[in-house]
Design a protein around this ligand. Structure first.
Ligand code: C2E
Ligand code: MG
Ligand code: MG
Ligand code: MG
Length: 292
């Protein structure tokens, strides 16, 4: 590499770079073991139907309990899992665990619960995905209708025809499909029009500032309007205040998710949360009186 770059160019490989590289190799090694050592867990973040004011489901979010560093954020390790293809196996683990939660939630009384699961590009294009997901569903006695598979705009754009084919296979199994982080990628509306997508998730970067930033507000409002004109449903993520909830309701946004309603819940918190929901103490108490 250094040689190929020619005599007038220097490839600077300094101490900092070798330290970074060593840290990266260390991270990869630890991630290869994390699945075997059962260091991953899934947290579930509640999603609320803004029309009825009721819990409608959860998004499954992976967590890594590192033996020395404690909980490591997914933004730090998902990209590494993606670059090393480890994401494919971890993704099957995530779906399996999501099914287990789903069966537990149904058994606890949440019959119509939906669980949203994040799917990286390489996972989505894994030819065996529909078969593997089908087997996992069967193991838990579930149907695809309980799940919403979230992909990002970059997955669509980079492999349009393969993505489209996979979407139809998954739709045939009953899965709902969502576009995550909408507005941050390059999705052309022309692609969107051709795809069997059910749900658009407006990226939290627009939602968190929509009260203070008029541009973010316009982006959120017009995205909601457009998505609904296309006959799809819309979720706002990153909802942190009641004022934002009210604004989203004014614009007839279908669903919301964010710290205002709940942090992602660890397994140990989940059943207590479900009890609260079933006793109707959540989220009705948090919604403005006009909507109760
Ligand atoms: P995402 O799918 O867009 O998930 C939403 C992120 O926003 C989550 O971060 C969530 O904890 C955070 N969040 C929730 N409510 C609020 C809020 O009110 N305000 C703000 N500022 N943030 C909020 P998290 O859990 O750190 O996950 C980050 C990303 O990692 C996810 O973004 C997703 O792209 C990826 N990820 C998480 N779990 C998985 C997984 O199982 N598989 C794959 N492929 N990716 C995953
Ligand atoms: Mg997501
Ligand atoms: Mg998102
Ligand atoms: Mg994201």
């Amino acid at each position: 590499q250094a040689k190929a770059s020619g005599r007038n160019c220097y490839v600077v490989f300094n101490q900092q770079m070798s330290a970074d590289l060593a840290a990266r190799i260390q991270l990869e090694t630890e991630l290869r073991q994390a699945l075997l050592l059962q260091q991953f867990s899934l947290s579930l973040q509640p999603q609320v139907n803004l029309n009825s004011g009721k819990l409608c489901g959860f998004e499954a979010l992976i967590r890594w309990q590192h033996p020395q560093r404690g909980i490591v954020a997914p933004d730090e390790f998902i990209p590494v899992l993606e670059q090393t293809q480890l994401i494919v196996d971890v993704g099957y683990w995530v779906f399996d665990r999501s099914c287990r939660y789903c069966a537990e939630l149904i058994a606890a009384g949440l019959n119509d619960v939906t669980i949203a699961v994040n799917i990286s590009a390489d996972q989505f294009l894994h030819t065996k995905l529909p078969d593997r997901f089908g087997q996992i569903l069967q193991r838990y006695g579930l149907s695809g209708h309980h799940f919403e598979l979230e992909i990002t705009e970059s997955t669509l754009i980079n492999n349009f025809s393969e993505t489209l084919g996979m979407m139809y296979r998954l739709k045939a199994q009953g899965f709902r499909l969502a576009i995550d982080d909408f507005g941050t990628g390059y999705s052309s509306l022309n692609y969107l029009k051709q795809m069997p997508v059910d749900v658009i998730k407006i990226d939290k970067s627009f939602v968190v500032n929509m009260l203070d930033n008029p541009q973010d507000y316009q982006i959120v409002a017009s995205t909601i309007a457009m998505v609904q004109k296309l006959g799809l449903q819309v979720v706002a993520e990153g909802v942190e205040s009641l004022a934002v909830v009210k604004l989203l309701q004014q614009h007839q946004c279908d669903f919301a998710q964010g710290y205002y309603f709940s942090m992602p819940l660890a397994e140990t918190q989940l059943l207590a949360f479900v009890q609260q929901v079933l006793q109707q103490h959540w989220p009705a108490a948090l919604l403005p009186p006009a909507t109760q």
